[in-house]
Design a protein around this ligand. Structure first.
Ligand SMILES: [Zn+2]
Length: 221
């Protein structure tokens, strides 16, 4: 955390969402005139993001400047219908040329999935298997088992992102069509949340024959 201890605004004022509004006001104050006019320009002329992303809901994952990346957030970048719909919209309507699944270090959802695979149940977080969260962790754990149940946390985060990328391609004719036409490229990036730096760790190679994607090291591409 950048900030030292501070009393939540909501506790001081007693008003709901006071922290949210205070944070919003603080970030607006920090904006320079270029950033202010960029927001206005994007509102008036529409968005043209170059990249569509699936990213974890984790609040430490920070991606892109306004108008640049169309971000779909879910726990552990789980690729569900909503996330897939976001990719389809970005490709078919916004004509985004690149897509990434953003793996990140210290992902709690990936940690829970590793734990579930190693001890067979949802662990210390005691997530009810029948809750939406429990189903998501079970889903992530199943995907990791298909990848040999990696136990290294960062490696598992990357393998999980690959599983989600494969699921996106399997589940969307729009995505497959864009890949087949060479109009869209899908890859895996890793966000080191301690620095905020993104690294491309895999690039997708799509086969028109099998209609499947293989994620390979960038230098092999
Ligand atoms: Zn995460």
């Amino acid at each position: 955390m950048a900030m030292a201890t501070r009393t939540p605004e909501s506790k001081r004022s007693g008003s709901p969402f006071a922290e949210l509004l205070a944070d919003n006001a603080r970030s607006l104050q920090k904006m320079n005139t270029d950033e202010v006019s960029l927001l206005k320009e994007l509102a008036e002329n529409g968005q043209h993001p170059h990249t569509v992303a699936a990213a974890c809901a984790d609040s430490r994952v920070l991606i892109g400047a306004p108008g640049r990346i169309f971000v779909n957030r879910s726990i552990g970048e789980e690729m569900d219908r909503a996330t897939t719909a976001g990719f389809e919209y970005a490709i078919a309507v916004l004509h985004a040329k690149n897509g990434v699944i953003v793996a990140h270090t210290k992902c709690g959802a990936v940690g829970a999935a590793i734990e579930k695979n190693s001890i067979g149940v949802n662990g210390s977080h005691a997530v009810d298997d029948d809750s939406a969260l429990g189903v998501t962790i079970t889903n992530l754990a199943r995907g990791l088992r298909r990848k040999g149940s990696p136990t290294d946390h960062t490696q598992a985060a990357i393998e999980n992102a690959i599983v989600q990328g494969e699921r996106l391609v399997a589940g969307s004719p729009i995505v497959r069509d864009a890949l087949a036409r060479g109009e869209f490229t899908l890859g895996i990036v890793l966000d080191d949340i301690s620095t905020g730096r993104l690294e491309v760790v895999k690039v997708g190679v799509y086969s028109n024959d099998t209609e499947k994607i293989a994620f390979v090291d960038p230098h092999q591409h």
